[in-house]
Design a protein around this ligand. Structure first.
Ligand code: AMP
Ligand code: GLY
Length: 420
């Protein structure tokens, strides 16, 4: 079968690498892809906002499955346009992608389905926001509604900071959610669903802050590891029963079933797991560590999700090892990154046994250069997290990327716990 993968990040490089290994994958295309993805797929220049053009391509190339990696085309309804024409798609339609696209939508769904999450109010103008703010103790969380690539959230330690965050949101003419602060450790749970059946698909912990020791501004993710033992099997079951299953059921009841991967960002509080947010896609860089551990036939599994046959599938085959990935970003990230910096040493890094997934890279006169914020995800697998961390950093040391930087402590919480 021919497959079309939409996206160009490290997540899509990891998906392309695994899809290309599936026996049923005849030809893999990626739009737009990147130089790393090009090792596994034919890159095609398609405007993914032009649904008719994507459909034409699918017909011309007899595409049997479209896998949508990033959130923007999901929220834009690309999956609906393709499904309406009979093309199987991995990824939710526009209505279901609101679980990621609108924080207000998700909070309202949690309230009506009694899903544990932070208390909140939705506000639509500055005066209302400032008035409602008083009812919340500090710290308080202020979120812009809509997609913000991890950057639309302020955990305000003072009223001043909260009022400034509210000011910035409404200067842009937006909507906001004010939330109660939840204390605990964060963990990510991935669940495949075809709208009815559920299949837990691994856990991970991400490092969202740009600096060592979880300091500095939020990013899309500077590193991750999987599995995340802090989400014990009992807590995972609780999160599925109390959070994910009622969400999938509510979406189906509303006539907008969610089909794809539901990525639940959870806070492990003293009262149990609570939902921080949903994403309607795999995490980046969490996908890189999941794909390093997944040993099954990815194409067959994603196709089963797309065709509503997930309930017939056996439990997914993951290695019991730990995978850890270190993101190398261009200086300036998460602000405006330096572009054009040269990248070398990928072959040397992979010779150590690690895998280098590419994100913001481009070829310039035959040389690999940085073209975005997050540039590489250096990923290793080992029997313990400490060994995986050591292996990933040994591979990072082989990379020659003078205009880049990385955190030096990915996995620190779990490494410390395992050393106890
Ligand atoms: P989000 O974009 O909703 O994932 O929020 C980004 C980050 O802000 C999360 O990963 C958390 O670290 C933090 N955060 C969001 N909401 C809360 C909350 N209610 N309580 C504590 N931290 C939060
Ligand atoms: N790494 C966080 C995300 O993909 O949203």
């Amino acid at each position: 079968m021919n497959v079309l993968l939409i996206g160009s990040g490290g997540r899509e490089h990891a998906l392309a690498w695994r899809l290309a290994q599936s026996p049923g994958c005849t030809k893999l295309f990626a739009a737009p892809g990147n130089p790393g993805i090009a090792e596994h797929a034919d890159l095609v220049l398609l405007d993914v906002a032009d649904h008719a053009a994507v459909l034409d391509f699918c017909r011309e190339q007899a595409i049997g499955l479209v896998v949508i990696g990033p959130e923007a085309p999901l929220v834009d309804g690309l999956a609906d346009s393709l499904r309406a024409d009979g093309v199987p798609v991995f990824g939710p339609g526009k209505a279901a992608a609101q679980l990621e696209g609108s924080k207000g939508f998700t909070k309202d769904l949690c309230a009506s389905a009694r899903i544990p999450t932070a208390g909140y109010v939705r506000v639509t103008d500055r005066a209302e926001a400032l008035a409602r703010l008083n009812a919340f103790p500090l710290p308080v969380v202020i979120k812009a509604d809509g997609l913000a690539a991890g950057k639309g959230v302020t955990v305000a330690m003072s009223r001043d900071e909260a009022e400034r965050a509210i000011g910035e949101i409404f200067d842009g003419g937006g909507e906001a959610v004010i939330e109660e602060f939840m204390d605990g450790e964060e963990v990510s749970l991935f669940v495949l669903t075809d709208g009815t059946a559920l299949m837990p698909f691994g856990t991970a912990q991400d490092h969202k802050r740009v600096g060592d020791g979880d300091t500095g501004p939020n990013t899309g993710g500077m590193g991750a590891y999987s599995p995340a033992p802090v989400l014990t099997p009992a807590l995972e079951q609780r999160a599925i029963d109390e959070i994910v299953a009622p969400t999938v059921a509510a979406m189906a009841t509303a006539g907008t079933p969610f089909s794809g991967v539901l990525y639940a960002g959870l806070m492990l509080t003293a009262d149990g797991p609570k939902l921080i947010e949903y994403n309607a896609r795999f995490g980046d860089p969490e996908c890189q560590v999941l794909m390093m551990r997944y040993r099954g036939d990815l194409l067959a599994l994603l196709l089963a999700v797309a065709e509503g046959r997930l309930g017939e599938q056996p439990a997914p085959d993951f290695s019991g090892d730990t995978a850890l990935t270190v993101v190398m970003a261009a200086h300036g990230y998460p602000g405006a990154p330096d572009k054009g910096g040269t990248i070398g040493g990928i072959a040397r890094a992979e010779a150590t046994g690690a895998r280098v997934f590419q994100a913001g890279t481009a070829l310039q006169d035959g040389a690999l250069v940085a073209s975005g914020g997050r540039v590489l995800a250096i990923t290793a697998v080992a029997t313990t997290i400490a060994a995986a961390q050591q292996a990933a950093y040994a591979a990072v040391a082989q990379i020659d990327f003078p205009s880049g930087f990385n955190r030096s402590d990915i996995g620190w919480r779990e490494v410390a716990r395992q050393a106890e």
